[in-house]
Design a protein around this ligand. Structure first.
Ligand SMILES: [Fe+2]
Length: 319
């Protein structure tokens, strides 16, 4: 599948007011226009796309959907066929959903553990339209997606790996320095970073662990770090440099209870010719000063909706 990366992410949230100030003031996000049909949700921009993040008012703070971007119409059609041929239940987005997402076409489907995914192409875009919420040098997104995502899964069955590598066509990157069963994957067209998504095995647990956002300069990492410290926001890991990507980053907790990793690329990714087995997570820094799993990681019943729980229950019955 010719997937570029994560085009957008959707959340359900009880804390829209917190996000409304945190997004622009801490991260530098721009508040986008909410669609007419969805005036109560909060939409954020980080580049010239109509939006990259949507926070919908709800009963819980949880990830609602992961929006993968196909390169274009032909790649999208091929992907839909591939999913259907494999027996994956695919829901075609109607005109109302296409308008909410700002895309030409979109489908919805679940992964084998119950997370909701979407696939789309051609999201609305206007060149040079992004205005950050505070002085900020900008995010690296555009043609490579908004960044990366790490989710926790209560089960790590072969079906999940098959779904990611054989159906979605992701490269398996390995476990990195992750402890236990953690696996990193990158979409087929991603030639810039080691992963778009990682699944970490946490028996009995589910939820989003962190999102990695790429900023254009080290200065934006440092200035965000200062703002996070000034506001005394909970920190997860201090500044540091990972072994598997030559990036400088730090992690702090967002109002959603998951961490945000603010990253800048010091040098191009080295596109490993072999599976890395790092001695440790980072070459320097990244001191763990908070929990590795925030309050966004909870029991599956608190993270998935009824349809997602049915998928997870079906998998557990079959095991
Ligand atoms: Fe990360």
């Amino acid at each position: 599948m010719d997937i570029i990366g994560i085009g957008y992410l959707g959340f359900e949230s009880t804390r829209l007011d917190e996000w409304r100030s945190y997004g622009p003031e801490v991260l530098g996000f721009q508040i986008g226009a909410s669609p007419e049909a969805d005036p109560d949700s909060l939409y954020f921009r980080i580049d010239d796309r109509r939006h990259r993040f949507a926070f919908h008012p709800g009963q819980a703070d949880r990830l609602a959907y992961i929006g993968w971007e196909a390169r274009g119409k032909l790649e999208f059609q091929a992907a839909v066929k591939r999913l259907r041929d494999a027996g994956v239940e695919v829901t075609v987005g109607d005109a109302a959903l296409r308008e909410l997402r700002g895309v030409k076409e979109v489908i919805r489907f679940r992964d084998p553990v119950g997370y909701q995914h979407e696939l789309f192409y051609a999201q609305k875009w206007m060149p040079r339209s992004f205005i950050p919420g505070r002085p900020h040098g900008g995010f690296v997104a555009g043609a490579r997606g908004l960044g990366h995502l790490v989710v926790i899964t209560p089960e790590f069955p072969p079906e999940l790996e098959h779904f990611l590598t054989e159906l979605l066509g992701f490269h398996y990157y390995g476990a990195g320095a992750g402890k236990g069963k953690t696996a990193f994957y990158r979409s087929r067209l991603n030639e810039s970073t080691s992963h778009d998504i990682a699944y970490g095995h946490g028996p009995g647990k589910m939820g989003i662990q962190h999102i990695g956002l790429f900023v254009k300069s080290l200065r934006d990492v440092g200035e965000t770090y200062d703002i996070v410290k000034q506001r005394k926001l909970p920190m997860m890991m201090t500044l540091g440099q990972h072994t598997q990507d030559p990036h400088v980053s730090f992690y702090h907790f967002s109002p959603g209870g998951f961490a945000i990793e603010i990253i800048t690329e010091l040098e191009p990714w080295h596109q490993d010719g072999f599976e890395l087995n790092p001695e440790k997570l980072s070459t320097w820094g990244h001191e763990l000063v908070g929990p590795i799993l925030g309050p966004s990681v909870r029991a599956p019943e608190e993270v998935l909706d009824a349809d997602g729980l049915a998928v997870l229950a079906g998998l557990q019955r079959a095991a």
